[in-house]
Design a binder for this molecule. Structure first.
Ligand code: PMV
Ligand code: MG
Length: 336
């Protein structure tokens, strides 16, 4: 009998968090290959298991399994036929010692479930369709995010994501069928970026779980036109700097975005994230909080091996764990 196995990873915001909640704003989001795995096979009875919970379920509604079950419903509607019975087992909690990393596990589980079912019934899904199906599922469940996480996790790359009007799509979900909704242009843009400069991309984990949903709820009313305009300007500067290997503009753009986040709400830069940022002092490094803040992770770009080593030591001394690191190499454009 056919067995399939698929994985999905997490994501972290480089720039544009909070602003991207407003349709038309851009965020830069990087893929983090710390993965969850789904195994699926056809079976006599449907059985869904996740290592998050000590029990399995079938397709009868269960609160804990809601995301997985809703993703299955979406895929079934998309495939246009009743799914056969199957077993689906999800492992790889994005956490340690019972503390979540905060790299996007709820988004990831939705993408993962849809990917697993597509593999099981031999259906090829483009990254874009995968994104739309996962976003559709989350919007239907009332998720209040920008869907930037889903875009990044579906594409598995560093992306520039321009958000769409989720309210409008939420209304259409109640009136249109999935097929016609998928055919529509939702108004988002996803552009895969290849950074062109040599750098270490470092992720520091504060070990303090933050709940994005609550953070968004608290900060939403503080977002004004000037925050949006300044953030967009600096996201574009940062994006261009990545693509043209302009280190100084990259540092300046990210610094400005970090300042804007600090000014938005005092709940974002909690002490551990302040420490994560302050560790850059005197080093050829730019560090900032990532995503909704309030805990979880921050990121840094470091431009020399010595600076990376020093930064990681400073982080460790403050109880910030290096969760992930990646080396970017210089990419020279071939001159014609
Ligand atoms: O904390 P994270 O990594 O889930 O990021 C949240 C980013 C926000 O812009 C605050 C919300 C969103 O969904 O875009
Ligand atoms: Mg977070």
């Amino acid at each position: 009998m056919k067995d399939v196995q698929v994985t999905t990873g997490g994501k972290l915001y480089l720039a544009g968090e909070y602003a991207v909640l407003t349709p038309g704003q851009t965020a830069l989001i990087h893929y983090i290959p710390i993965c969850m795995t789904a195994k699926a096979c056809l079976a006599q009875e449907t059985k869904l298991s996740s290592d998050m919970f000590a029990y399995s379920v079938d397709r009868t509604f269960d609160c804990n399994y809601q995301l997985i079950q809703a993703s299955i419903d979406t895929f079934e509607a998309y495939s246009g036929q009743t799914l056969p019975d199957f077993e689906l087992s999800i492992t790889g909690k994005l956490e340690r010692d019972g503390l979540k990393f905060g790299i996007g596990s709820s988004g990831s589980v939705t993408v993962l479930t849809i990917k697993a079912l597509a593999a099981l019934v031999d259906l090829d899904l483009s990254c874009d369709t995968l994104f739309k199906l996962a976003a559709y599922t989350l919007i239907k469940l009332g998720d209040n995010g920008s869907m930037g996480d889903i875009a990044c996790i579906a594409y598995e790359k560093l992306i520039a994501y321009r958000s769409f009007d989720r309210q409008k799509i939420a209304e259409q979900i109640t009136t249109s069928d999935l097929e016609s909704l998928l055919d529509q242009d939702w108004g988002y843009e996803i552009e895969v970026l290849t950074p062109k400069l040599r750098a270490d991309f470092l992720v520091g984990w504060t070990r303090q779980p933050a709940i994005s949903r609550d953070m968004i709820q608290a900060a939403k009313s503080l977002i004004d036109q000037s925050f949006l305009k300044e953030t967009e300007k600096n996201v574009q500067i940062t994006k261009q700097a990545l693509l043209t290997a302009d280190k100084e503009s990259l540092k300046a753009g990210l610094q400005k975005i970090s300042d804007l986040l600090e000014g938005l709400s005092s709940a974002i830069y909690v002490d551990q994230l302040k420490a994560l940022k302050e560790a850059e002092q005197g080093l050829d490094v730019i560090a900032k909080s990532s995503g909704s803040g309030g805990g979880d992770c921050g990121i840094a770009l470091s431009f020399s091996p010595e600076a990376s080593r020093e930064l990681i030591e400073r982080w460790q001394a403050r109880g910030i764990e290096l969760l992930y690191q990646e080396h970017w190499i210089e990419v020279r454009d071939d001159k014609p």
